[in-house]
Design a protein around this ligand. Structure first.
Ligand SMILES: [Zn+2]
Length: 191
């Protein structure tokens, strides 16, 4: 795949992440990939050139994507779940054989519906890593799961949601006892 075409693949996604207040930390040296940050969250956004990952590519990939520096990896591809399966198997094998643990959270975005996909990826990043991005406010709401803990509420920046079709805001509620996470998106107005 030539470079200009590859650059176009991630162009729109990067623009979207920047609008959602992610900053570009660096360009990574593996295919087309960027490391982004928001608060203390570090995440790679990667458009692989192949649908598979072979074992001898794995080490190169871990180094190239600097997977020891990030908490999450967003894979933008026509077959993201196939690649995630390969990676997961290789990560499990590396852990079994060498005791190398890799806790990188993988999020797949289908290139066929990238616009909604990246919106959902940001929503999931906010949900999994709320504590790294935002500060909590205590709300007087009991946890619906354990009925013992209080929910902490994390608020995120307003944005235009393609899914809800309007200006929206995401809240993430986390139970201080059992760790339950709930994501809620509220529509602010119809446009
Ligand atoms: Zn709870």
């Amino acid at each position: 795949m030539d470079v200009p075409k590859a650059l176009n693949r991630l162009g729109d996604a990067l623009e979207y992440f920047r609008r959602r207040k992610f900053s570009i930390v660096k360009v990574l040296k593996v295919g087309e990939a960027y490391m982004l940050s928001k608060g203390s969250l570090y995440v790679d956004v990667w458009a692989p050139t192949k649908d598979y990952v072979k074992y001898h590519d794995y080490e190169k990939l871990v180094r190239g994507l600097e997977l020891d520096r990030v908490q999450a990896l967003v894979i933008i591809s026509y077959r993201p779940y196939t690649i995630m399966d390969y990676l997961k198997r290789l990560m499990d094998a590396a852990e079994r054989w060498y005791g190398v643990s890799n806790n990188v959270k993988m999020i797949g975005v289908s290139e066929a519906d990238a616009e909604r996909g990246v919106e959902e990826a940001v929503e999931r990043l906010h949900t999994y890593f709320a504590e790294l991005i935002s500060r909590p406010a205590t709300v007087r709401e009991r946890c619906p799961r354990c009925d013992a803990g209080d929910l902490q509420r994390y608020q995120f920046d307003d944005y235009f949601s393609q899914k809800l079709y309007g200006a929206a805001r995401q809240y993430v509620y986390i139970c201080d006892r059992c760790g339950l996470r709930i994501s809620r998106q509220e529509l602010l107005s119809r446009s």
